[in-house]
Design a protein around this ligand. Structure first.
Ligand code: PDD
Length: 294
């Protein structure tokens, strides 16, 4: 079986899937994307991902490439053709193909849509969560609108690479005032000494993660208090627990930052519990939770 991708109206072999050299996503990072988890043959939080996609497109004045139900059908078809039960579906929309010019094309062009999917190794992810991940800090050098989920990810790429070079898994980004913003590809949370969950407000300085949003529902159902406020790196060092969230990681305990252990250096009970109950709650709170892929 070949891996398959969707590119501008066609299902093609993944190895042969390609976009035009003057696709504005390729040349200018003039595009947006979403990554949605597929679990046991169903999309996780798909409505929320597609709502955020609509918002990102709207902020950049890129027209939707197709209506929502058609898009859901394409996503499902890519998942089906790749025989994915557990994994991720990636979708990217760019402004389209036009002669290179920083300003938007004068004549409207068709937005370009690419969809790919890959399987997940759940046992490996669970083993990683059992151990917890190590992180490093990096200065947040990104632009001022990281709430838009654009493909312009170079600072995130460099931060993640710095983490990897240091033998860590994720980079925690810190702003000029010493406050944690988010991870290179995750949102960051702490559990305070008195058991409160704290995460930065979703302003223009972080991406409003869908896992973050759903975890707030999960926390409420578990009777845990969540505070949306900025917290400093010092507060994270002193926290009872630190963890990160994303569609790829769900809830992932952080056991060290810059080589300094968090609490006793083992995953905390709150993060572990939230990871454990996340999908059961997500299925109940998500609007299209029973959204079977095919
Ligand atoms: N990353 N912050 C950033 C900068 C991210 O790139 C992501 C997601 C998140 C978490 O968002 P969500 O919970 O919706 O996945 C926060 C995706 C998974 C990626 O780039 O692969």
């Amino acid at each position: 079986m070949f891996r398959m991708a969707y590119v501008n109206g066609r299902y093609v072999r993944h190895g042969e899937a390609a976009v035009h050299v003057e696709d504005r996503g390729y040349q200018l990072a003039d595009g947006v994307y979403e990554v949605t988890e597929v679990r046991d043959g169903a999309f996780v939080d798909l409505d929320r991902h597609l709502d955020r996609l609509d918002r990102s497109l709207g902020e950049l004045a890129i027209p939707a490439p197709m209506g929502r139900s058609a898009l859901v059908a394409v996503l499902g078809e890519v998942v089906r053709r790749n025989r994915i039960r557990s994994g991720y579906v990636y979708l990217q929309v760019t402004r389209g193909v036009a002669p290179r010019d920083h300003a938007f094309p004068k004549k409207p062009v068709r937005p370009a849509l690419v969809v790919t999917a890959r399987p997940a190794d759940r046992a490996k992810a669970d083993a990683l969560a059992e151990a917890g991940i190590r992180t490093v800090t990096q200065p947040d050098i990104r632009w001022g609108r990281v709430d838009i989920k654009t493909t312009g990810l170079l600072p995130n790429v460099l931060a993640k690479q710095a983490a990897r070079a240091a033998g860590a898994t994720e980079a925690i980004l810190v702003d000029r005032e010493g406050f944690v913003t988010e991870g290179a590809s995750t949102n960051v949370w702490i559990v305070t000494g008195d058991g409160r969950l704290v995460t930065r407000p979703a302003d223009h300085g972080i991406l409003r993660g869908i896992t973050r949003t759903t975890l707030m529902d999960v926390a409420a159902a578990e009777g845990l208090a969540v505070e949306e406020r900025r917290f400093t790196l010092e507060e994270a060092f002193a926290a009872r627990e630190v963890f990160v969230t994303s569609a790829g990681n769900v809830v992932m305990p952080v056991v060290a930052i810059d080589g300094r252990p968090i609490a006793n250096g083992a995953p905390g009970s709150v993060a572990s519990r939230l990871r454990h109950v996340f999908h059961a709650h997500a299925a109940r709170t998500s609007l299209q939770s029973s959204n079977k892929c095919t």
